[in-house]
Design a protein around this ligand. Sequence first.
Ligand code: GTP
Ligand code: MG
Length: 196
Amino acid sequence: MSMPLIKTARFITSAVEPAQYPQHHVPEIAFAGRSNVGKSSLINVLLGRKKLVRTSSRPGQTQTINFFMINEELCFVDLPGYGYAQAPKRVRIKWGPMVNQYLSQRKNLKGVVLLLDVRRKPSEGDTTLLTWLKDCSKNTVIVATKADKISRNQRASVVKQVASEIAFDGKPIFFSAHTGEGREEIWTALGPLIWP
Ligand code: GTP
Ligand code: MG
Protein backbone atom coordinates (compact mmCIF):
# COMPACT_ATOMS: atom_id res chain seq x y z
CA MET A 1 0.00 0.00 0.00
CA SER A 2 1.30 3.44 -0.78
CA MET A 3 0.49 6.58 1.09
CA PRO A 4 -3.25 7.07 1.46
CA LEU A 5 -4.87 10.35 0.54
CA ILE A 6 -4.96 12.37 3.75
CA LYS A 7 -8.24 14.25 3.61
CA THR A 8 -8.31 15.32 7.24
CA ALA A 9 -5.80 15.19 10.06
CA ARG A 10 -6.61 16.79 13.38
CA PHE A 11 -5.45 16.80 16.95
CA ILE A 12 -7.99 15.12 19.21
CA THR A 13 -6.63 15.19 22.74
CA SER A 14 -3.72 14.82 25.15
CA ALA A 15 -3.74 12.23 27.88
CA VAL A 16 -1.59 11.19 30.81
CA GLU A 17 -3.85 8.39 32.02
CA PRO A 18 -6.32 5.91 30.49
CA ALA A 19 -9.44 7.78 31.60
CA GLN A 20 -8.36 10.60 29.27
CA TYR A 21 -7.88 8.44 26.16
CA PRO A 22 -10.42 9.12 23.42
CA GLN A 23 -13.30 6.68 23.28
CA HIS A 24 -13.43 5.53 19.71
CA HIS A 25 -13.14 2.35 17.71
CA VAL A 26 -10.51 3.29 15.14
CA PRO A 27 -7.12 1.53 15.00
CA GLU A 28 -4.19 3.36 16.55
CA ILE A 29 -0.51 3.42 15.58
CA ALA A 30 1.91 4.71 18.24
CA PHE A 31 5.29 6.36 17.69
CA ALA A 32 7.94 5.62 20.32
CA GLY A 33 11.60 6.31 20.84
CA ARG A 34 14.02 8.39 22.83
CA SER A 35 13.58 12.09 23.28
CA ASN A 36 14.49 14.18 20.23
CA VAL A 37 14.76 11.17 17.90
CA GLY A 38 12.13 12.72 15.61
CA LYS A 39 8.78 11.08 16.44
CA SER A 40 6.69 14.20 16.04
CA SER A 41 8.52 15.16 12.84
CA LEU A 42 7.88 11.71 11.40
CA ILE A 43 4.15 12.02 12.01
CA ASN A 44 4.03 15.37 10.22
CA VAL A 45 5.85 13.92 7.21
CA LEU A 46 3.67 10.79 7.07
CA LEU A 47 0.62 13.01 6.99
CA GLY A 48 2.07 15.62 4.67
CA ARG A 49 1.30 18.32 7.26
CA LYS A 50 4.05 20.72 8.20
CA LYS A 51 2.87 21.85 11.59
CA LEU A 52 0.20 19.47 12.83
CA VAL A 53 2.48 18.16 15.56
CA ARG A 54 4.80 20.43 17.51
CA THR A 55 8.49 19.59 17.16
CA SER A 56 11.52 21.13 18.79
CA SER A 57 15.29 20.98 18.71
CA ARG A 58 15.13 20.73 22.50
CA PRO A 59 14.57 17.21 23.81
CA GLY A 60 11.49 16.66 25.92
CA GLN A 61 9.06 18.58 23.71
CA THR A 62 6.24 16.02 23.82
CA GLN A 63 5.30 15.30 27.42
CA THR A 64 1.84 13.80 27.12
CA ILE A 65 0.25 11.15 24.93
CA ASN A 66 -1.19 13.01 21.95
CA PHE A 67 -3.87 11.58 19.68
CA PHE A 68 -4.36 12.62 16.04
CA MET A 69 -7.35 11.52 13.99
CA ILE A 70 -6.75 10.86 10.30
CA ASN A 71 -9.58 10.69 7.78
CA GLU A 72 -11.84 9.82 10.72
CA GLU A 73 -10.67 6.21 10.33
CA LEU A 74 -7.24 5.94 11.88
CA CYS A 75 -5.42 7.49 14.82
CA PHE A 76 -1.72 8.29 15.21
CA VAL A 77 -0.46 8.48 18.77
CA ASP A 78 2.59 10.60 19.52
CA LEU A 79 4.32 9.41 22.68
CA PRO A 80 6.71 11.38 24.85
CA GLY A 81 10.32 10.28 24.42
CA TYR A 82 12.41 8.46 27.00
CA GLY A 83 15.98 8.81 28.13
CA TYR A 84 16.12 12.55 28.51
CA ALA A 85 18.11 13.05 31.70
CA GLN A 86 17.40 16.76 31.95
CA ALA A 87 13.64 16.34 32.01
CA PRO A 88 12.10 17.67 35.19
CA LYS A 89 11.99 14.92 37.77
CA ARG A 90 8.23 14.79 37.94
CA VAL A 91 8.08 14.19 34.17
CA ARG A 92 10.72 11.48 34.30
CA ILE A 93 8.90 9.62 37.03
CA LYS A 94 5.61 9.75 35.17
CA TRP A 95 6.98 8.63 31.80
CA GLY A 96 7.22 4.94 32.63
CA PRO A 97 3.70 4.32 33.90
CA MET A 98 2.18 6.77 31.43
CA VAL A 99 3.60 5.07 28.34
CA ASN A 100 3.56 1.52 29.75
CA GLN A 101 -0.12 1.82 30.54
CA TYR A 102 -0.92 3.01 27.06
CA LEU A 103 1.17 0.35 25.30
CA SER A 104 0.01 -2.52 27.49
CA GLN A 105 -3.67 -1.69 27.95
CA ARG A 106 -4.88 0.09 24.86
CA LYS A 107 -7.14 -2.19 22.84
CA ASN A 108 -7.10 0.09 19.79
CA LEU A 109 -3.31 -0.18 19.46
CA LYS A 110 -2.45 -2.08 16.26
CA GLY A 111 1.20 -1.29 15.85
CA VAL A 112 4.19 0.58 17.23
CA VAL A 113 6.73 2.49 15.19
CA LEU A 114 10.03 2.47 17.09
CA LEU A 115 12.41 5.19 15.98
CA LEU A 116 16.18 4.94 16.26
CA ASP A 117 18.64 7.72 15.42
CA VAL A 118 21.01 6.52 12.66
CA ARG A 119 23.91 8.26 14.35
CA ARG A 120 23.49 6.77 17.80
CA LYS A 121 24.00 3.37 19.31
CA PRO A 122 20.63 2.00 20.47
CA SER A 123 20.15 2.94 24.11
CA GLU A 124 19.10 0.86 27.06
CA GLY A 125 15.66 2.38 26.72
CA ASP A 126 15.47 1.24 23.08
CA THR A 127 16.47 -2.31 23.99
CA THR A 128 14.08 -2.49 26.91
CA LEU A 129 11.18 -1.25 24.82
CA LEU A 130 11.86 -3.55 21.87
CA THR A 131 12.26 -6.59 24.12
CA TRP A 132 8.99 -5.76 25.80
CA LEU A 133 7.20 -5.23 22.47
CA LYS A 134 8.47 -8.63 21.29
CA ASP A 135 7.48 -10.35 24.52
CA CYS A 136 3.92 -9.19 24.21
CA SER A 137 3.86 -9.77 20.42
CA LYS A 138 3.10 -6.19 19.46
CA ASN A 139 3.50 -5.46 15.79
CA THR A 140 6.58 -3.27 15.53
CA VAL A 141 8.08 -1.27 12.68
CA ILE A 142 11.65 -0.11 13.21
CA VAL A 143 12.63 3.17 11.61
CA ALA A 144 16.19 4.48 11.42
CA THR A 145 15.60 8.19 11.25
CA LYS A 146 17.70 11.28 10.45
CA ALA A 147 19.13 9.22 7.56
CA ASP A 148 20.14 12.51 5.90
CA LYS A 149 22.84 12.79 8.58
CA ILE A 150 24.91 9.85 7.31
CA SER A 151 26.23 8.75 3.95
CA ARG A 152 24.82 5.84 1.97
CA ASN A 153 27.97 3.86 2.75
CA GLN A 154 27.40 4.17 6.47
CA ARG A 155 24.00 2.55 6.28
CA ALA A 156 25.22 -1.03 6.27
CA SER A 157 26.86 -0.55 9.64
CA VAL A 158 23.65 0.93 11.03
CA VAL A 159 21.77 -2.20 9.92
CA LYS A 160 24.41 -4.36 11.61
CA GLN A 161 24.35 -2.33 14.78
CA VAL A 162 20.59 -2.49 15.04
CA ALA A 163 20.69 -6.25 14.48
CA SER A 164 23.33 -6.85 17.13
CA GLU A 165 22.34 -4.27 19.73
CA ILE A 166 18.63 -4.82 19.84
CA ALA A 167 18.30 -8.31 18.38
CA PHE A 168 16.13 -7.17 15.52
CA ASP A 169 16.60 -9.41 12.51
CA GLY A 170 14.71 -7.37 9.91
CA LYS A 171 16.10 -4.29 8.22
CA PRO A 172 15.12 -0.93 9.68
CA ILE A 173 13.42 1.49 7.31
CA PHE A 174 15.69 4.43 6.63
CA PHE A 175 13.80 7.67 6.95
CA SER A 176 14.49 11.38 6.77
CA ALA A 177 12.03 14.08 7.74
CA HIS A 178 14.16 16.49 5.70
CA THR A 179 14.06 14.64 2.39
CA GLY A 180 10.91 12.57 2.94
CA GLU A 181 12.82 9.40 2.12
CA GLY A 182 11.18 6.30 3.59
CA ARG A 183 7.72 7.74 3.85
CA GLU A 184 6.13 5.36 1.34
CA GLU A 185 7.95 2.41 2.84
CA ILE A 186 6.62 3.17 6.31
CA TRP A 187 3.06 3.45 5.01
CA THR A 188 3.53 0.14 3.22
CA ALA A 189 4.63 -1.48 6.49
CA LEU A 190 1.72 0.05 8.40
CA GLY A 191 -0.99 -0.82 5.88
CA PRO A 192 -1.49 -4.47 6.90
CA LEU A 193 -1.49 -3.51 10.60
CA ILE A 194 -4.13 -0.84 10.14
CA TRP A 195 -6.25 -2.55 7.49
CA PRO A 196 -5.62 -6.29 7.96
P1 GTP B 1 10.38 14.59 21.98
O1 GTP B 1 9.02 15.12 21.74
O2 GTP B 1 11.25 15.50 22.78
O3 GTP B 1 10.39 13.20 22.49
O4 GTP B 1 11.15 14.57 20.54
P2 GTP B 1 10.66 13.96 19.14
O5 GTP B 1 11.11 12.55 19.06
O6 GTP B 1 9.20 14.20 18.92
O7 GTP B 1 11.53 14.81 18.11
P3 GTP B 1 11.08 16.01 17.14
O8 GTP B 1 10.24 15.49 16.04
O9 GTP B 1 10.57 17.13 17.95
O10 GTP B 1 12.49 16.37 16.47
C1 GTP B 1 13.62 16.69 17.26
C2 GTP B 1 14.63 17.46 16.43
O11 GTP B 1 15.18 16.61 15.43
C3 GTP B 1 14.05 18.66 15.69
O12 GTP B 1 15.01 19.70 15.72
C4 GTP B 1 13.85 18.15 14.29
O13 GTP B 1 13.91 19.16 13.32
C5 GTP B 1 15.02 17.19 14.13
N1 GTP B 1 14.72 16.11 13.19
C6 GTP B 1 13.66 15.28 13.19
N2 GTP B 1 13.70 14.40 12.17
C7 GTP B 1 14.83 14.68 11.49
C8 GTP B 1 15.45 14.12 10.32
O14 GTP B 1 14.96 13.15 9.68
N3 GTP B 1 16.63 14.66 9.92
C9 GTP B 1 17.23 15.69 10.59
N4 GTP B 1 18.39 16.14 10.14
N5 GTP B 1 16.67 16.26 11.68
C10 GTP B 1 15.50 15.76 12.13
MG1 MG C 1 7.77 14.95 20.15
